[in-house]
Unconditional design. Structure first.
Lengths: 321, 308
């Protein structure tokens, strides 16, 4: 991406200087120098306020110890530098560590399943063999328009025996499934996430498939390639960028997992207050009023998301070269 | 609707059918078999994706008793959709309507302004050479990669010191920022706004801001649609930020309101009816929007992906 865009820019710049640019540039120099900052001002100010400031604030809080005087802190609080105390408390908390392991396991299984299913669906929809592809595509994409919380409320009803016709049907054929049991609830959450986002990822891949030039298909067919061969040697390599993009966004999403377990808490006692890292950070702050540890946890989550995405992007870029 | 509009675009993969259609009847039969098989697989998958939506349509017509007592896949003998709906809209002085309007305000106003700001910033990053550009680009990318839920918590602590927590501003202000939108607009502006056009407008005496508003915004239109849609869905679906930020039920968006109802189901069974009918009402506008906007959405995404 960078090389193509770079050379295009270089060409444009060369063309500009040889044309009638110099006098115009001298005249408009000041305005032109101010313009980008003027254009970026609203975004940058809001970005500073809602992004940079809270990140710095969280980092600051994560190194701060707050001591309350009096039984409920009504006699004022004193804060001081805590060093790495909050981090060591966050990282030595078995529950928090377990939650990190849980979302990693969740991510490996759920993101893999979702991306594979999305890819297969996209290939099937784009193959000439599918009837009514427009209808199917819309049906698969529909859940993406339903907020994660609402989707969780919906599925939470379908997970409760007595209301759920699905469980009733399974019970009738002798399958006794409790989606809210401690051993299954993680995969019930995975089901909600898969249900909500598979169609979205499929659409990204379909868009990429549509951008493959017709001539490539014809060339492959002339070479005697069947549909399967076309999929593995032509379509899959060419949709790779879309797959990378979809995987990175899914990984970031997995680490943020919050709404689904939080809403399911009311029906599934197995979902503890520190079931996912974000849930743990939320409860540290609002249930235990421990903002230091909550900030340390938030910083750790953000770092993990950042590092994972960067590593993944780096790996796939190196593999391509 | 979308089936008819999108069918002609299937050009590329459909080519083989015409190429060797008349060759042999056995091949035609095999191909018809494949079509039936593939379509059957896709239909089964459709059932999975539509099941919860179908269920809530049925459930919203039932009383709490019928919800437990009758088959969940079919309507009960005494449907009461209208009374359920009127309960949703009148409960607690019509607070559900208020929640809907709040969501509309947060998502509508937030997304429009966020898109405008992102377009201006993305255009500036793509079309000007200036000191500090690399730093701004790095910060924007950081904003894309660091999850919003990680900043929501410190944002609340910060906003509560500024007196913005538990106000409309608490949710609206963070919704105005879209680093992803800036990133997409930058990529798109680099590819679609020619330097020669900007240069020509300058020679004609147009000011820098005028060039952006008159020429660049038009060229960026497809990317803006994508950014706007992403932002609308993002704000409408956001749960963590309003949950952290708001205590006053009057300020809730619909997502937060419905979870508040859902959590009372165990103590007060009438909330079953309220929740299922409320979910139905809140899903319908989004579902319609998805169906209508799917075309734009795909176009925008393709552009973004290809230009990238």
């Amino acid at each position: 991406m960078s090389t193509a865009a770079g050379s295009r820019q270089l060409g444009d710049r060369a063309g500009r200087t040889t044309a009638a640019a110099p006098p115009a540039r001298r005249r408009a120099g000041g305005a032109q120098r101010r313009a980008p900052w003027l254009l970026m001002a609203p975004f940058l100010l809001l970005f500073l306020l809602t992004f940079i400031a809270p990140v710095l604030y969280a980092v600051g809080q994560s190194f701060t110890r707050v001591t309350r005087a009096g039984l409920f802190g009504q006699e004022g609080t004193t804060s001081g530098f805590a060093g790495l105390e909050n981090y060591s408390r966050a990282l030595s908390d078995g529950g928090f560590l377990a939650s990190v392991g849980r979302v990693l396991l969740f991510g490996v299984v759920q993101v893999t399943v979702m991306i594979v299913v999305a890819t297969v669906l996209a290939l099937l929809l784009e193959s000439a063999s599918a009837k009514w592809p427009g209808f199917f595509r819309t049906a698969y994409f529909l859940p993406y328009g339903i907020p994660g919380v609402i989707a969780t409320i919906l599925w939470s009803f379908l997970y409760v025996p007595g209301i759920s016709p699905v469980l009733g049907l399974l019970g009738a054929v002798g399958v006794d499934l409790d989606p809210l049991a401690p051993s299954t609830v993680l995969w019930s959450i995975a089901n909600i996430v898969t249900w909500a986002y598979t169609g979205y990822n499929m659409l990204i891949i379909v868009a990429q498939l549509k951008s493959i030039p017709k001539e490539l298909y014809e060339a492959a067919r002339v070479d005697g390639a069947g549909p399967l061969r076309i999929a593995t040697s032509l379509q899959l390599p060419l949709v790779r960028p879309a797959l990378v993009l979809a995987t990175v966004f899914s990984i970031i999403g997995t680490l943020q997992l919050f709404a689904e377990p939080q809403v399911l808490q009311s029906v599934a006692p197995a979902v503890s207050n520190d079931y996912t890292p974000n849930l743990a950070a939320y409860n540290s702050a609002f249930n235990y009023n421990d903002y230091g540890v909550a900030s340390a946890q938030a910083v750790l989550i953000a770092l993990a998301a950042f590092v994972l995405s960067a590593v993944f992007l780096g790996l796939t870029n190196r593999g391509r070269r | 609707m979308s089936a008819t509009t999108t069918a002609p675009q299937q050009g590329a993969p459909q080519a083989p059918r015409q190429d060797r259609a008349p060759s042999s009847s056995e091949g035609a039969r095999r191909r018809r078999g494949t079509t039936v098989l593939v379509t059957a697989v896709l239909a089964v998958v459709t059932a999975y994706f539509l099941l919860p939506v179908y269920w809530v349509v049925v459930a919203a017509t039932k009383s709490t008793q019928d919800l437990f007592g009758t088959n969940g896949f079919w309507f009960s003998s005494s449907p009461q959709l209208l009374s359920n709906l009127s309960a949703v809209f009148t409960y607690d002085g019509g607070i559900f309507v208020r929640w809907l309007l709040n969501s509309l305000l947060y998502a509508g106003l937030g997304a429009v302004l966020a898109t405008y700001f992102a377009a201006a910033a993305g255009y500036a990053l793509a079309k000007y050479e200036f000191r500090g550009r690399g730093l701004v680009q790095a910060l924007v990318l950081g904003g894309v990669l660091v999850p919003g839920t990680a900043t929501a918590l410190p944002l609340f602590l910060l906003f509560s010191q500024m007196g913005l927590a538990n106000t409309y501003w608490g949710v609206l202000v963070p919704s105005l920022v879209s680093p992803f939108g800036v990133f997409l607009c930058q990529v798109y502006a680099r590819a679609t706004v020619p330097d020669s056009m900007v240069e020509a407008a300058r020679l004609d005496g147009a000011g820098e801001l005028r060039i952006f508003h008159v020429f660049a915004l038009r060229a960026l239109a497809p990317a803006l649609v994508t950014v706007l849609l992403f932002q609308v869905v993002g704000i409408w679906n956001n749960y963590f930020l309003p949950l952290v930020m708001l205590a006053d039920q009057q300020l809730y968006p619909v997502t937060l309101g419905l979870t508040a109802w859902r959590s009372q189901v165990d103590r007060l069974p009438e909330f079953y009816q309220l929740t299922t009918a409320g979910v139905l009402v809140s899903v319908i506008p989004l579902a319609v929007a998805m169906l209508v906007l799917q075309r734009f959405w795909r176009g925008g995404l393709t552009e973004g992906a290809v230009k990238d």
